[in-house]
Design a protein around this ligand. Structure first.
Ligand code: MG
Length: 283
């Protein structure tokens, strides 16, 4: 093999070292010209299910004080159980990460949409379905993990009734122009028990039963709500992290650093600045 022959020669090895040394010293480096702020430090939970240090804990097993209408649901043994009427978080969120654990009633009762039905509503209007979809047929865009009436989940990752399911959700809120027209739709990525079920799905609007989805302008932030569909679904360990994009400012145009030389590079400004947030300072 040529490679082995090469390294069997001490002289060749020395030559290689010299060449590598020179090329390292002269390596070109691309620099974006953006000065980034240091990302904040977040201390993760003891497990990936536990809330990180910057999470807002909406339910930790103790009480429903962070929810409107919480007095009409019950808490038993560190678990909350669906009661009368939906509960709505007092906190409001825009873009966010959500962790929620839920368990369908056991033994299972009813079928289809009548078995273990609840729902997690982002901004109190966009539902990711909660349903006992273990060995329980229903319309696919209404099963667990569906964006209700818009799309089924990619796969059914449901655990048996009585076992605990997790949803881990990455939510991008829709944006509206000042005149109320849609600027950008909501998107959702979701994992069910660690399995990706929605991959940056673009929502068509809200998720009612009786009419097509549509967007109606609403504030930049909104509460999370949990549905009462008449079934005693149980919940635990609910936390949310508002998502804040990295902050940076452009301090100079992009360039290549070649030793002591700085060589400007032509990059379409729309592409070069696409990583900056709207309104970011450009010096
Ligand atoms: Mg539902």
């Amino acid at each position: 093999m040529p490679c082995q022959r090469f390294f069997h020669s001490a002289g060749s090895v020395m030559l290689t070292t010299i060449v590598l040394g020179i090329s390292t010293a002269a390596a070109d480096e691309y620099l974006s010209g953006i000065r980034w702020e240091r990302p904040p430090i977040v201390t993760p939970g003891a497990t990936d299910d536990a809330p990180p240090s910057d999470a807002i804990v909406l339910f930790d097993g103790k009480d429903l004080s962070r929810w409107h209408n919480g007095e009409n649901w019950t808490v038993e043994d560190g678990v909350m159980i669906v009661g009368k009427g939906k509960i709505v978080s007092k906190d409001k969120f825009g873009d966010c990460q959500v962790h929620i654990e839920w368990s369908a009633p056991t033994p299972p009762q009813g079928r289809g949409q009548g078995r273990g039905n609840s729902g997690l509503f982002m901004m109190d209007r966009y539902e990711i379905q909660i349903l006992d979809s273990y060995d329980n047929e229903t319309y696919f865009d209404g099963q667990a993990g569906a964006i209700y009436k818009q799309t089924p989940p990619m796969v059914n990752a449901m655990r048996k009734p009585g076992e605990w399911n997790t949803y881990d959700i990455i939510w991008t809120a829709p944006r509206f122009h000042p005149d109320g027209t849609l600027k950008s739709p909501a998107t959702i990525t979701a994992l069910h028990n660690g399995v990706v079920i929605l991959n940056h799905f673009v929502l068509q609007g809200d998720t009612p039963f009786d009419r097509p989805p549509r967007y109606q302008p609403h504030p930049e932030v909104g509460p999370i709500s949990l549905q009462d569909h008449g079934n005693p679904v149980r919940f635990r360990n609910i936390w949310v992290r508002p998502l804040v994009p990295p902050k940076g400012i452009r301090v100079r145009p992009p360039y290549i650093k070649k030793g002591d030389q700085e060589i400007p590079v032509e990059v379409d400004p729309a592409i070069a600045d696409s990583v900056l947030q709207p309104g970011a300072e450009v010096k």
